[in-house]
Design a protein around this ligand. Sequence first.
Ligand SMILES: [Zn+2]
Length: 432
Amino acid sequence: MIVIENGTVLTVDDAGHVYFGGHVVLDGDRIAAAGEGSYPGPVQAGDEVIDAAGMVVLPGLIDLHFHTAVGKGYCDHLPLWESLEQFWYPSIRALDAETAYWAAAASYLESIKCGVTTVNDMYRRLPDLGRAASDIGIRAVLSNDVALDEHNLDTLQDNKDAYDTVHGSGEGRIEVRVGIEWLPLASPGLLRDARALADDLGTGIHVHLNESLTEVENSKERFGQRPTEVAYDAGLLGPDCVAAHCVWLSDTEIALMRETGTHIAHCPSSNAKLGNGIARIPEMLAAGINVGLGHDAAESTNNCDLFEVMKFASLIHRAARVDASLFQAPDVLRMATRNGAAALGHQTGQLAAGAKADVILVDTRNVMFTPLADGNADQLHSHLVFAANGSAVDTTIVDGRILMRGRQLLTMDEPEILRQANAGFARVLDRI
Ligand SMILES: [Zn+2]
């Protein structure tokens, strides 16, 4: 068992319990207890006791829309379509096994260092990503970049093969879903086949939808319908489907998302950087749609820090709607934890007995959390969302396994990951 004592336990459970000087006990891959005061015990010889004095104990964050990144700081001035054509697609066509493995390890490393315990990663070469996720210890839902054959990306057969070999690996922490790159590289027939494959495998779907105005125009021209209408008619949407971005949803499309129980991954910083616009999240929440948060990709938002995404998610809507009451800190934290877990059907995202033991410790003994009044949960939520960034994360635990402690990665050699990721980027540049 791991016994975490003396911390401020922010459970994000249904009642939103906060325990000052509380405890969290992890037994194997599950949370055995979370509550007030010291753990009444018994603590056995061999149990690990973590003194969390000065720390906030939180459920690990869930990055609901994620791509392993082989590069960043490239084509930073281009809009979405052009950046895809000029860098992203060429780079992911140039991947070899080693490059994919180390790019994934570097991406997951940054997430772990920022307190992310689950990534919903759409990329290529899933067996190599699965090995990286397994070695570093993160929880990963992987899907392929499936597109029509002429685009030379992945096929549904690739995705099925990945499911057969990777799903359930890493002691069950690694899952495979069916991925669809986006509608401009797809067709209604491909979406129907993707739904049939997902149903056949009993797994979920991950798709980019309504990301840019150019995508909406492309869909209207080719299919005479908006992207979500095409996806709805093809049967792609549903409670097992995560649709990323959804920036340009009409009222009808919001209703279709609601009707099908589709989950939305909101990626405000990526949408802003690529000049794609601001999603109508207030309307989606009002309609009862489940919305989680994603960073998207280091190519499009330059880091994997979900703390930054939380802050951005709040500020962008306050600015756009001229309304400071929107997206208050506890609600934003819930989007990055509970909502992401619900979208993936995971028992994570909260510190409650029986939930998966995905836990982070955030150090408050620094200027980001100063001043902080004793026992003030509102101020603590505010600091987490508006003042802190991922560098305040001290410890990251997934499935009861400590991946990072005192900001030191325990599962892999961090300098080696950085060296190999740089080498992989150089190989990709050579090939494109
Ligand atoms: Zn994306």
